[in-house]
Design a protein. Structure first.
Length: 247
């Protein structure tokens, strides 16, 4: 009898159905994230304790992010960006690390977002009116150059004007059409641009930020736990920003 019962159990036993992979907005894909290296953090000795909830394990002495949690946080941040842009609000993109500069500039131009690709200038938010005056100066010089007004000057004087324009363009070119303090700032490396974070918080500007393993995620209103060093990782996140802006 017991043998028959065992046989019946085997005949009617079944395995739990596989849980389907969650679908995320903005074409976020866990496999693509893994290939881009978003999961790699820092060595154990160089990790912020508040980042522990986002870790999945350790590989080769390096903390590895749980990509499902990263995807959730990335989706949440992108939804916020999308909402702001639909309401005609402003999001400033900041990426001053060498591997992020070109990506930041390209995304800013493509999506018509203000951006900072070079060094963050102290006072950009906290002394915004002074920054605006420098932007006005840049626009005036560019307008004079375009109209041919500089042609009446000597070559030495023209070179001086050109140098001045280049200097102002480097500092303010990405924000010259930002006529007010933005509603949010998207920072690709919270630690590298900590001054930008502090100024944003001082002016109550929402902070969306990529937080590597060595960063306090509490610094951002919308933290994205991910590798901020690899070009492939930064590129993946920037591409998603572009998708959110296009939507």
């Amino acid at each position: 009898m017991f043998a028959d019962q065992d046989k019946t159990k085997k005949e009617f036993s079944f395995s739990e159905p596989a849980v389907p992979e969650r679908k995320y907005e903005f074409n976020i894909n866990l496999e693509e994230m893994s290939q881009a290296g978003l999961q790699f953090g820092h060595k154990l000795s160089n990790c912020h304790p508040k980042m522990k909830p986002y870790f999945q394990g350790i590989r080769g002495g390096i903390n590895v992010f749980n990509l499902e949690k990263t995807a959730e946080k990335l989706e949440e941040a992108l939804k916020y960006v999308k909402t702001l842009l639909m309401e005609n609000k402003t999001v400033l993109l900041v990426g001053t690390k060498v591997q992020a500069r070109e990506l930041t500039r390209e995304a800013g131009i493509t999506c018509n977002l203000p951006y900072v690709e070079n060094r963050w200038l102290g006072g950009t938010f906290t002394n915004f009116e002074t920054m605006k005056k420098r932007v006005v100066k840049l626009k005036e010089l560019e307008a004079k150059k375009a109209s041919g007004e500089f042609e009446k000057y000597t070559k030495k004087e023209q070179a001086k004007f050109a140098k001045k324009i280049a200097d102002l363009q480097t500092k303010f070119g990405g924000v010259k059409n930002m006529d007010r303090i933005p509603d949010a700032v998207f920072i690709l490396d919270i630690k590298k641009d900590l001054i930008a974070v502090k100024e944003a918080r001082a002016r109550k500007v929402k902070v969306i930020g990529v937080c590597d393993a060595n960063v306090d995620p509490a610094l951002a209103d919308y933290p994205i736990p991910a590798n901020d060093d690899a070009v492939s990782s930064v590129r993946y996140i920037v591409e998603k920003i572009k998708e959110a802006a296009k939507k």
